[in-house]
Design a protein around this ligand. Structure first.
Ligand SMILES: Nc1ccn([C@@H]2O[C@H](COP(=O)(O)OP(=O)(O)OP(=O)(O)O)[C@@H](O)[C@H]2O)c(=O)n1
Ligand SMILES: C[C@](O)(CO)[C@H](O)COP(=O)(O)O
Length: 238
């Protein structure tokens, strides 16, 4: 895994972003999808959008994928929170895979590097996004990942057995790809084993890992929101 690059940002390929926020947030169990819940007084998705609007990234187009029945919610939040950051809104699908595919169709260019990022990862350091874009520019496909801190076991018919965690990584987003490569991968049929974009691409192209960040959590269940509030208050990622 390469570590986050601190040298001056050098990009040669144009950069795009797809923020997938088309889910319903069933595990959060809130009264609305978790991407619209407030974190430090602002919608989770606004925090995420702001990360990708950082001038160091120079992102040309940011596509937001939303549940088709939640466009009005987002419009209201944009008005309430004076959200003027430029973005393109498209409708999500029944699965994350379908939402990414819809986001890809909305990109304004067939060339460049695209970051696919969970709209519910609002604390991603910009340095991690830079590292993923740069590695994808060099190698075609790069994703953020961290080293597991817990021991890990696999279930077996007899019970369970220990895995060698030194050979395991926990996968995060952003996941960055040459646009042509990602489009080819998303023309293949959807499989139930696809949990992220790397799993969609890996049969076509090797996946490079870059160092993620433990603060880059995915807001999934209620305690994640508490953790995110604490991180923002005490150690906000830049
Ligand atoms: N049909 C879907 C499902 C998920 N996502 C997005 O993919 C990201 C990761 O998914 P997850 O955390 O599983 O979100 P939900 O599907 O909303 O949550 P849950 O599985 O608890 O219902 C989220 O930003 C989510 O909005 C999406 O764009 N379209
Ligand atoms: C894409 C992802 O965030 C990488 O860790 C993860 O696979 C999403 O999983 P989910 O079940 O859709 O939350």
């Amino acid at each position: 895994m390469t570590s986050a690059d601190t040298s001056p940002t050098v990009f040669s390929a144009p950069r795009f972003a797809i923020l997938v926020a088309g889910g319903s947030g069933s595990r959060m169990g809130a009264d609305r999808p978790k991407q619209f819940l407030l974190l430090a007084g602002e919608p989770v998705l606004l925090h995420t959008l702001r990360r990708f609007a950082d001038p160091a990234l120079g992102v040309q187009q940011c596509v937001l994928v939303l549940p088709p029945d939640q466009f009005e919610t987002w419009q209201q939040l944009c008005a309430e929170h004076a959200i003027t950051l430029p973005h393109t809104v498209v409708a999500g699908g029944a699965t994350r895979w379908a939402s990414v595919r819809n986001g890809l169709a909305a990109l304004s260019s067939p060339e460049g590097v695209v970051a696919v990022h969970d709209g519910v990862r609002p604390l991603t350091p910009v340095s991690v996004i830079v590292a993923a874009y740069q590695a994808a520019q060099a190698h075609g496909a790069a994703i953020a990942a961290v080293v597991p801190k817990d021991s890990v076991r696999s279930l077996s018919q007899q019970g369970s057995y220990a895995l060698d965690r030194s050979r395991l990584r926990l996968v995060q987003t952003p996941q960055c790809f040459e646009i042509g490569l990602l489009r080819r991968a998303y023309q293949l049929p959807e499989l139930p084993t696809f949990t992220d974009d790397a799993s969609v691409v890996e049969d076509l192209h090797p996946i490079q890992l870059v160092a993620g960040d433990y603060r880059n959590l995915k807001i999934t269940t209620p305690e994640d929101l508490l953790l995110a509030e604490a991180i923002l208050a005490n150690s906000p990622p830049q």
